[in-house]
Design a protein. Structure first.
Length: 571
């Protein structure tokens, strides 16, 4: 699953509740990393499926086994694959493994040159340490030090940027009409660089900026959007020292000096033509030097809620230099043609991302982020589905594409690349089932993201019951998981899609945070239950089969926000 960058920013720049969670991630590590925990043995090998399933499907269903699922996960999450980072040798080995499985199941290779590979062209960009940021003090441009004084939060597009801008101070940089609060009132920020400080108006009243909890308005990316909407073309966030009680500057540096990967020559994933910088509090002093305002007073005013915007007669100069590195990776595509002369032109796509985040900061001496749950588990499920469908004595009516995608962790890039370069027409692509993190959580049921949005919901509900599980409602809607994995690339094209996921409940979320994007997400993760994983994959098999053979292709629930997305794309 993709950790959204702006979401992270909420934690960092808000410096409130979320930081504590983040800090847990960085410092505490998890006991699950302990290799002594044995791999859970399959809890159940017999099929949980009821007897009224037609005999013809039985062998196919039975081929989805907990031992196979475990075997795939063990391979994909091995240290040898070094966390399957996009563009890495480990990811290449994973792709090779998946393609050899597809070959074994007799899927048709529909990638390039008779292979299973669809090359995904990517660009990696990194802010150069030679980037410059200068503040005017008494008529002179004084340079700040990259990393020490300033960090680039939203890197500009591939070519970098060089600008000189007038500064304007926008207090918290918030516009919130429901609270009758507007830092931009009577300010003309057009063509200027706005300055805002971290945080939001202090309040004890839950009905005003959620009291002492962080509201959405404290989110740094929300502040940048507000600045942009008002016509600014750069935004500078000043970190208030209080934030360091929660996270060190080194921790913030770590996040913002990482490289960023986008689809090559793609404005939509490259980033905006809008520079966003954050400053260390010490550099904040320089920002206000010579304005007749004292940064100490501004900090105090932010704390007591009396902070006010004001005009500034000084400039900044930025020269943001971007280093580009072109990389390639692959989606892996295997095809099973449908049996019906008419309906075989329609395609159901099953997806799972096989990449993870690679090697990173060591936690308890372990630096390999194996990504067993995220997403060796879903990839394993994808291969088991491919095998099961290939074993059916009679092919399903509609065609099926099994697509293991890359670079999901970089922003759903493999699936975005696919919808920009589809192997089969999107207009004939009738459904997507996405597998991302399965076999963990409450083993009595599964949460199905998108269940209420289309007729796929009825199919999966019936299938889940068929295998003896129940549907768990999404208890964490604020995580917006529906918008955070590869099915969403298809959703945006108007293709009905669901992600039948893990059995995550609110009370279990603390466990989730202990391994999510951590080295401890390895095969020894004691939350894995391969018997449960088998049942959830069998449910997806049944639902997929029913969709493939149904008279009509799936449709959106009337009124859903994506109901008309397909027509909108075709116009
Ligand atoms: Zn992930």
């Amino acid at each position: 699953m993709y950790f959204r960058f702006p979401f992270l920013l909420l934690f960092i720049v808000a410096g409130l509740v979320g930081i504590i969670i983040l800090k847990d991630h960085l410092d505490e590590g998890v006991s699950a990393a302990n290799k002594a925990v044995p791999v859970k043995t399959p809890s159940e090998e017999t099929s949980a499926v009821r007897e009224d399933i037609p005999k013809t499907h039985f062998a196919a269903l039975q081929s989805i086994s907990s031992s196979d699922l475990r075997r795939h996960v063990v391979f994909l999450a091995d240290d040898v694959l070094q966390g399957r980072d996009t563009g890495s040798r480990g990811a290449r080995i994973a792709a090779l493994y998946i393609s050899s499985q597809f070959d074994k199941f007799g899927l048709r290779p529909v990638g390039e040159n008779g292979s299973y590979y669809q090359t995904v062209y990517l660009n990696e960009k990194k802010i150069s340490a030679d980037s410059e940021f200068k503040i005017e003090i008494d008529g002179e441009m004084v340079p700040l030090k990259y990393k020490v004084d300033f960090l680039v939060v939203t890197p500009p597009n591939q070519s970098g940027m060089e600008v000189t801008r007038d500064l304007i101070f926008t207090a918290f940089g918030i516009q919130a009409s429901e609270y009758d609060y507007d830092d931009f009132k009577n300010l003309d920020v057009k063509g200027k660089a706005t300055i805002y400080v971290s945080g939001e108006p202090p309040s004890d009243d839950e009905k005003y900026f959620r009291g002492n909890k962080a509201s959405q308005y404290s989110n740094g990316s929300a502040k940048r959007r507000t600045a942009k909407k008002n016509g600014a073309d750069a935004a500078i966030g000043v970190v208030l020292p209080e934030l360091f009680e929660q996270i060190s500057w080194a921790g913030i540096q770590n996040f913002y000096t990482r490289s960023k990967i986008s689809l090559r020559n793609d404005a939509a994933t490259e980033g905006e033509d809008f520079a966003a910088i954050i400053l260390h509090p010490d550099a904040g002093e320089l920002l206000f030097a010579g304005t007749g305002r004292d940064f100490a007073d501004i900090k105090k005013a932010a704390m007591d809620g009396t902070i006010q915007p004001f005009e500034m007669s000084k400039k900044i100069q930025m020269k943001l230099i971007v280093e580009n590195n072109q990389i390639e990776d692959s989606n892996v595509a295997g095809f099973l043609e449908g049996s019906d002369a008419e309906l075989k032109s329609e395609v159901i796509i099953f997806t799972a991302h096989y990449d993870h985040v690679g090697i990173g900061t060591p936690v308890k001496g372990d630096s390999i982020y194996n990504g067993a749950a995220d997403n060796a588990s879903g990839t394993s499920g994808l291969m088991e589905l491919a095998e099961a469908f290939s074993l059916l004595p009679e092919r399903p009516k509609r065609s099926m594409l099994f697509l293991a995608v890359t670079a999901e962790e970089k922003g759903l890039l493999g699936s975005k690349f696919y919808v920009k370069n589809p192997i089969f027409p999107l207009a004939k692509t009738v459904a997507n089932f996405n597998l991302d993190m399965i076999g963990i959580g409450d083993t009595t049921g599964v949460v199905v993201y998108g269940i209420e949005r289309s007729t796929l919901g009825d199919m999966i509900t019936k299938a889940v019951q068929e295998v003896g599980l129940e549907i768990i409602p999404d208890e964490l809607p604020e995580q917006r998981i529906f918008y955070r994995s590869d099915h969403f690339s298809f959703v945006k094209q108007g293709i009905p899609s669901i992600m039948p996921g893990f059995g995550i409940r609110r009370e279990w979320f603390a466990n989730f945070n202990k391994f999510y994007h951590q080295p401890s997400d390895d095969v020894n993760l004691f939350y894995f239950d391969f018997g449960y994983m088998k049942k959830s994959v069998q449910a997806i098999f049944l639902a997929g089969l029913w969709v493939a053979n149904a008279e009509k292709s799936p449709t959106w629930t009337p009124g859903d926000e994506f109901e008309h997305a397909r027509e909108a794309k075709q116009e």
